[in-house]
Design a protein around this ligand. Structure first.
Ligand code: ADP
Length: 631
């Protein structure tokens, strides 16, 4: 039984955890929806805003104001907003069209659920809402915005209306034109043909009357826009273009966005002036103008206050005048307008940033790289200089060391030198004595005496030659590179030791290469190398008390290299020592210094050559020196 009880369904731990988390999630949902409700109630109920556009949503300049106002409302409203937009299409018709169907449409749309506020954008929309207020929105607060003060029908205003109006000061626009381009004689006036645009033609004419004959006005209002473009491309000198409006041209063609202005800018041979910020940037020169920001700020303020319960009648704004003059730097450049012609305090926009502002980081990076490179280069130059100095020093030391080593080598040659000198000196003495004896005789053989004297001279020259060679080896010279013929250089070195070999009964042979071997080098130092190698070879054959005492020297050409080979019939070098013989202070001789081969290696390497040693199969060591051939 107990077994069965234990089989009773017990909720597994993981399922319990799942239930628990589901419960927590539900609780969280309930709490968050409660919080949402609290938040909604804090933000209030949905508010419906009816926006009425004049020509369409994308007609400049109104479109830019509307965009800014909507963005402001969405950002700043304390209530969720339902912005419903409509367009008063009839404003586009050059001859007033029927408005009744649109009024009926709005009426049936809003009869049951009127909006909380009506916002009209532009003069035609303002006129429309004023005219049909009683029928459509008798009690609804209205904000008439982006409207020129002259186009607000003040008699029809009610306590439920707020006006955000602007003032177009055309005289200020023309003052600006004459200020920045004082030579201007005529202004081509680009204005469309819709009723609103026609209204402005008369207004502008009226307002500019004080200009008198100072500037001629050429009106394009009766032309199709295509024709306007054609004329704008061929304007006479000292003419500028004034961009009023171009919503609908004389041919009834409507122009949305900034298409018309961009086309004009592309073809015009004269600068374009306007007074609206939405037309500023890449097209017009600039000057005092209506700024979007101020109108938009006041409109958003009015809507928020009315939705918050404030009485529209208590909300009053001054008419908005032009803002600080602004100019497009590119247009100033294009039309060669000097900045000194601009009114004080004006702002220049879109100025091309200097190289420094545009490429600040890149320039900094380049400067840093150049700095690092300069440091690196000067460091390398310094290193190179140090290396050169070190090379010169090391060559000097090598020369000194070589000199010292030569002294020790010459020490070994003393007997041979004495022998070499003794021979000619002995002959000279004998010949002199013979000549004296002959001259004492009654009839000396003059020819014989002359022969003796010639022998004396020859022996003297031999002795002098021995001394010259010795001097040249012992000379303390700096490392001096010259073009050498290697066969001769080696022969001269052999000449120094030939007598020693003789004295020691060593057969010293020399087989020079058949052709000349031209190398670059210091002859004294190269001779020292050969001398050292020969003396070592002679030591080897002598010490071992060998039956065969041969030292053979040969030169040859091996590819691009000249080779000197010094072979002996001595015992060779123990295989363990082969790698060490060129190390300084390596010696197997009781009186040895162990510097000869180390110096020889250093000298050969300073000549860009190599030195090596091997044991010959038939016994004895073979040293080879290789030097680059120059030709
Ligand atoms: P040192 O002659 O003062 O010993 P070196 O540098 O000229 O100094 O020679 C180093 C050593 O190399 C010698 O002590 C000798 O052991 C060995 N050596 C040089 N040349 C020969 C050779 N031809 N045959 C055998 N051993 C040699």
């Amino acid at each position: 039984m107990s077994g069965r009880r234990s089989m009773a369904p017990i909720m597994p731990r993981s399922v319990a955890a799942a239930w628990l988390s589901l419960g927590l999630w539900l609780a969280a949902c309930i709490l968050s929806s409660a919080a949402g409700a609290v938040e909604r109630s804090a933000r209030g109920e949905l508010r419906r805003v009816l926006v009425l556009h004049s020509f369409g949503r994308e007609f400049r300049p109104w479109s830019e104001y509307a965009r800014s106002i909507k963005a402001g409302l969405e950002q700043q409203s304390r209530w969720p907003l339902d912005i419903q937009e409509h367009t008063l299409l009839t404003a586009r018709f050059n001859s007033p069209g029927p408005e009744a169907p649109f009024v009926d449409y709005l009426h049936s749309l809003y009869e049951g659920a009127p909006p909380d506020i009506v916002l009209s954008i532009g003069a035609p929309a303002a006129r429309f809402v004023q005219r049909y207020r009683q029928k459509l929105f008798p009690e609804i607060p209205m904000v008439l915005t982006v409207v020129e003060q002259r186009l607000v029908n003040s008699l029809d205003l009610t306590d439920n209306d707020v006006v955000v109006s602007v003032h177009n000061d055309f005289m200020a626009v023309f003052d600006n034109i004459l200020r920045v381009l004082p030579g201007t004689k005529s202004v081509a006036m680009v204005v469309g043909a819709s009723p609103l645009e026609k209204f402005w033609i008369d207004e502008v004419k009226q307002e500019l009357r004080p200009l008198g004959k100072r500037v001629g006005l050429i009106w394009y209002s009766d032309l199709a826009f295509d024709e306007i473009l054609r004329r704008a491309a061929k304007l006479p000198p000292d003419t500028v273009l004034f961009w009023g409006l171009m919503s609908v041209d004389a041919a009834g063609i409507v122009y949305e966005g900034d298409i018309a202005l961009r086309s004009l800018h592309a073809v015009a041979n004269a600068p374009i002036f306007s007074y609206q910020e939405p037309f500023f940037g890449n097209s017009t020169v600039g000057g005092p103008m209506q700024m979007i920001g101020e109108t938009s700020r006041r409109t958003v303020d009015a809507v928020n206050r009315i939705l918050g319960g404030e009485k529209p009648a208590s909300i009053k704004y001054e008419t908005i005048e032009f803002g600080t003059p602004r100019y497009d730097w590119h247009e100033l450049q294009r039309w060669s307008i000097s900045e000194s012609n601009l009114p004080p305090g004006s702002e220049i926009m879109f100025r091309d940033q200097g190289l420094w502002e545009t490429y600040r980081w890149q320039l900094l990076l380049i400067a840093a790289v150049i700095l690092v490179q300069t440091g690196l280069i000067s460091g390398l130059l310094h290193e190179r200089r140090r290396r050169q100095v070190a090379e010169v020093e090391s060559r000097q030391r090598l020369a000194e060391l070589a000199h010292a080593n030569r002294y020790s080598a010459v020490g070994e040659l003393t007997t041979s030198i004495a022998h070499e000198l003794n021979q000619p000196l002995g002959s000279i003495l004998t010949n002199t004595e013979t000549a004296e004896l002959m001259l004492k005789g009654a009839s000396p053989d003059i020819d014989e005496v002359r022969q003796i004297l010639a022998d004396i001279r020859r022996d003297d020259q031999r002795a002098s030659e021995v001394i010259r060679r010795l001097r040249s080896v012992l000379k303390k010279t700096p490392f001096e590179i010259k073009n050498l013929e290697l066969n001769d250089t080696v022969r001269e070195a052999i000449g120094l030791v030939a007598a020693v070999a003789d004295g020691r009964r060593i057969a010293l042979t020399y087989v020079p290469a058949s052709a000349d071997l031209h190398v670059k080098g210091d002859s004294v130092q190269l001779q020292q190398v050969v001398l050292n190698l020969i003396i070592n070879a002679m030591d080897a054959v002598a010490d071992a008390d060998m039956r065969k005492r041969d030292v053979s020297v040969a030169t040859a050409r091996a590819g691009n290299q000249a080779e000197i080979k010094i072979a002996d019939t001595g015992p060779g070098i123990a295989s363990g020592d082969l790698a060490n013989v060129f190390n300084p202070f390596f010696t197997t001789k009781p009186q040895g210094m162990g510097m000869g081969l180390a110096i020889a290696k250093t000298i050969v390497e300073a000549h860009h050559g190599t030195i090596g040693v091997e044991n010959q199969p038939w016994g004895g060591a073979l040293f080879s020196v290789r030097l680059p051939i120059i030709r």
